[in-house]
Design a protein. Structure first.
Length: 221
């Protein structure tokens, strides 16, 4: 993760038991699965579904949503279903169009014989031992992937960047980490105060973010 775990805490489902400030993907994923399980909402979630259209049906006084169902195993063809709802809430999020591929992706797909995939669709069984790996881009995902892959001496990693990236100084990050760890120690004595400490940490991150914005950029917001 590129952000402290407590920033990802849901206000109504605080987790005072994070193992560290920046936990691994498996721990964050487990937190999300526990939320689904503990609140009994799994039966209300339909995965591998994409809304491709919808309209208001005046005769029935409801919405008709056209949903494309995809078989995650790829064994059955994609099917189109229509469901009706009295209320439709758009909660796609700012990153709903991801993964977004670079233009060079399509032009090189026909000549590159190796594995090509987006970091959002990481291959869990990928083994790059003794191979060459090219990472396109140098944003938040690349800053985590490149160092991790470079730990294997036999893997040759090349990072293709259009422009340099900017990183906060370690002093600022250390301050946030120290605050998070101090909060963890205090929460062991009073777990009910988790929300208060989480707000303190989030406020610290906001201050750090504002310090990184140039005055002219801040005025344009």
């Amino acid at each position: 993760m590129d952000t402290g775990a407590r920033i990802y805490d849901l206000p109504w489902a605080p987790n005072p038991d994070w193992s560290k400030t920046f936990p691994e993907q498996q721990e964050n994923w487990q937190y999300q699965k526990d939320i689904v399980k503990n609140n009994g909402i799994r039966s209300h979630i339909q995965l591998n579904s994409k809304i491709v259209g919808g309209e208001w049906v005046a005769e029935k006084h409801c919405y008709a949503l056209h949903i494309e169902r995809r078989d995650p195993q790829g064994l059955n063809p994609t099917r189109l279903e229509t469901v009706f709802a009295n209320v439709v809430i758009q909660a796609l999020g700012g990153a709903n169009q991801f993964p977004k591929y670079p233009e060079v992706w399509e032009s090189g797909a026909g000549v590159f014989s190796g594995d090509m995939f987006h970091s959002a669709g990481w291959l869990p069984d990928l083994d790059l031992t003794g191979k060459r790996a090219g990472i396109i881009g140098n944003a938040a995902s690349a800053t985590q992937i490149v160092p991790a892959l470079s730990k294997e001496p036999s893997t040759h990693v090349v990072n293709f960047c259009q422009t340099p990236n900017w990183f906060a100084t370690r002093v600022c990050v250390s301050d946030l980490c120290a605050l998070s760890l101090r909060c963890s120690a205090e929460m062991n004595l009073q777990r009910s105060s988790h929300s208060k400490y989480t707000r303190r940490l989030r406020n610290g991150c906001i201050v750090l973010f504002l310090c990184c914005i140039k005055p002219r950029d801040f005025c344009a917001i």
